[in-house]
Ligand binder design. Sequence first.
Ligand SMILES: Nc1ncnc2c1ncn2[C@@H]1O[C@H](COP(=O)(O)OP(=O)(O)OP(=O)(O)O)[C@@H](O)[C@H]1O
Ligand SMILES: [Mg+2]
Length: 289
Amino acid sequence: MFGKKKAVKYDPNTAPASLDAEEAARLAFASDQGLTSHHFVEGEHPIVRIEHLGKTFDGTTQVLRDVNLNVWPGEIVVVLGPSGSGKSTMLRCINLLETPTSGHILIEDEEITGKSISAVNKLRRDVGMVFQSFNLFPHLTAKENVMIGQTRVLKKSKAEAEKEALLQLDRVGLLDRADFKPPQLSGGQQQRVAIARAIAMHPNVLLFDEPTSALDPELVRGVLDVMRDLALNSGMTMIVVTHEMGFARDVADRVVFMEGGVVVEQGKPEKVFDHPENARTAEFLGSIE
Ligand SMILES: Nc1ncnc2c1ncn2[C@@H]1O[C@H](COP(=O)(O)OP(=O)(O)OP(=O)(O)O)[C@@H](O)[C@H]1O
Ligand SMILES: [Mg+2]
């Protein structure tokens, strides 16, 4: 579509913005070999493509400088990095909770930056998010929390939404808590309800922003087990910001290290953890492992 097909080596830092989809897929296929344990094939397209993403708050605070990342369908990507490096801002840009100030984000080759509210609503169906603080409605039961997006956004009937809600609550091990309200549930249970709510929408991509950081240590395991099950058995694409290094090592196809608003290093978990190339990655991992 744009430009000629040139035999250029893909350099994510200099690649032109918003590439033609075929060209981008070809370059991503070449550049991502060896960076992920996820299997992808020639001709396949990344499900999320982030090109030169920038985000500046209030015209002055530049939080994302030049983020470049591909995520393949079904890939599990774990994002690490020190506080303030821009991890949450990147996730929030992917579902347009924040408006990017430069660059491009494409989901299934569709540009989502600079889109209208109705387009954003479609996006909200395609991209789910699980927050650190659960964000459940306290006055609704677990089941009603899982139903509400389905009836309001997907326009499902109550009966259909209820069936799906019970299915997903069962998946996260909370069928017996379906009629409990959030204040009657532990933090770990609330987070599992939030996960059930997200997967009941059948998103193509599910984003997690430190889903276990607000939990008491003994409740972390149950949430990670649910996430592990989804990662291994659902086929869903997941981008997970977490400080759970064990989860990252075991479950991630690719680990991405961010600092200062850029992706500093990325690769298979064993590579990034055991042989980091970047001094900052090594220092960060050394400080938390
Ligand atoms: N709405 C906002 N207005 C101004 N600055 C913001 C806003 N949101 C985030 N920032 C700034 O952007 C930087 C990155 O924040 P972000 O929340 O993306 O970091 P993070 O990597 O998720 O950190 P943490 O590990 O602490 O969650 C921080 O310096 C933060 O103060
Ligand atoms: Mg954050």
